[in-house]
Design a protein around this ligand. Structure first.
Ligand code: CAA
Length: 383
């Protein structure tokens, strides 16, 4: 598809594609089976500049536009959705808030390591009782001189057990609801901070997902990210951006499922001809290709709006909503086209189907995306 990409965008897309084909595609199913995070590959991606896409060069990054970021996440996710989301989180939910809201000292201390892949990041917002209703988090941060004392429990945190640095959201005053939420940068090894239970997931099994436990964890006040009470805005702004990444991940998963289904339909012979000759199969392939194209365009549109410096909350939510539903639908159809073979672990569509489902859930369920879109469109004036 010609999206009128610039030479630079085509180059970065090609670089990501090459890496994904050589380094991720051959091992993705094995990592899924073992539930093993692709740490070595993640570090290599850092060396290639793919983890610092939102970090200025002066802090060790390779800052580029959001369309390039989308192209990278699509290519990586096409090969390995677990790697795709790890890269998306590192860029948009960990590096980006530090680059945008960090002090000079915080940027110098954390960004070079995160952008180069030497350090792995996590974004710790969700709690057992605060998922969709993020403003009701209970993790407390109490100021004590030059420190904040953090106590509470986070769960479903991607990279939880393997993260070197976590962006942690806690409230300085629960009675203030979202206006009390404050963000902190917490380093691994800080006394009182440790990972808890690891989750055993249906899909993206090569990502690590765990609890983070805070027991009177003393974090220097200099590690507060932004002002007291600014945390909820930081979280939601970063999630707007994160949702573009999830949309790109969903497009990558769907594209792979479509390619596998197309290949299979052309080679599988039944009733004396390739099944691709049957209209029933053709119509499925047509709808798959059409929906993927539409999902990609919505994702690129959200990216362009972000790059134009405009509010892109609605566009990001629409992209995530449509692309994730596309990924779930397309992977389902891909299994159907494969028939019984598609249900077997030897065929990659089985993994893609499991990987696709989470895109409808994380970084805001699709019910929350619809709520976000409704809030936006009800405020719009018609042309
Ligand atoms: N950007 C900036 N500010 C925003 C915003 C946005 N997109 N959306 C809302 N705000 C602001 C509002 O303007 C308002 O500010 P004021 O008080 O100054 O007016 C404030 O935030 C509160 O807004 P709402 O009253 O709309 O907030 P709410 O409590 O009703 O919640 C919500 C809104 C959209 C439901 C939000 O809670 C939400 O997005 N929930 C989903 C949470 C989520 O996505 N979690 C994902 C966890 S991370 C993850 O999955 C990562 C991973 O590991 C893969």
């Amino acid at each position: 598809m010609d999206l009128n990409l610039t030479e630079e965008q085509k180059l970065i897309q090609e670089k990501a594609r090459e890496f994904a084909r050589k380094e991720l595609e051959p091992i993705a199913s094995k990592l899924d089976e073992l539930g093993k995070p692709p740490i070595e590959q993640f570090r290599k991606l850092g060396e290639l500049g793919f983890l610092g896409l939102m970090v200025p060069e002066e802090y060790g990054g390779s800052k580029t536009d959001t369309v390039s970021y989308v192209l990278v996440i699509e290519e990586l996710s096409r090969a390995c959705a677990s790697t795709g989301i790890m890269v998306a989180i590192q860029n948009s939910l960990v590096c980006q808030p530090i680059a945008l809201f960090g002090t000079e000292e915080q940027k110098r201390r954390y960004l070079p390591g995160l952008a180069s892949g030497k350090a792995i990041g996590a974004f710790a917002l969700t709690e057992p009782e605060a998922g969709s209703d993020a403003a009701s988090i209970r993790t407390r941060a109490v100021r004590d001189g030059d420190y904040y004392v953090i106590s509470g429990l986070k769960h479903f945190i991607t990279n939880g057990s393997i993260a070197d640095v976590a962006i942690v959201f806690a409230t300085v005053d629960p009675s203030l609801r979202h206006k009390g939420i404050t963000a902190f940068i917490v380093e691994k090894g800080t006394p009182g901070f440790r990972p808890g239970r690891e989750e055993n997931k249906m899909g993206i099994r090569a990502t690590n997902t765990s609890e983070l436990i805070f027991e009177e964890c003393r974090v220097p006040a200099s590690n507060r990210l932004g002002q007291e009470g600014e945390g909820f805005k930081i979280a939601l702004m970063m999630l707007d951006s994160g949702r573009i990444g999830v949309a790109a991940q969903a497009v990558g998963i769907a594209r792979r499922a479509y390619e596998e289904a197309l290949k299979y339909a052309k080679s599988r012979q039944q009733f004396g001809q390739p099944i691709a000759q049957f209209q029933a199969i053709q119509w499925m392939l047509v709808d798959m290709a059409t929906r993927i194209e539409a999902a990609r365009l919505l994702t690129i549109k959200a990216a362009l709006k972000k790059d134009a410096g405009e509010r892109y909350t609605k566009e990001a939510a629409m992209a995530k909503l449509f692309a994730s539903e596309t990924a779930v639908w397309v992977t389902d159809r891909a299994i159907q086209i494969h028939g019984g073979y598609g249900y077997m672990k030897e065929y990659v569509v089985e993994r893609l189907y499991r990987d696709a489902k989470i895109t409808e859930i994380y970084e805001g369920t699709n019910e929350i995306q619809r709520l976000v879109i409704a809030n936006q469109i009800l405020q719009e004036s018609l042309p």
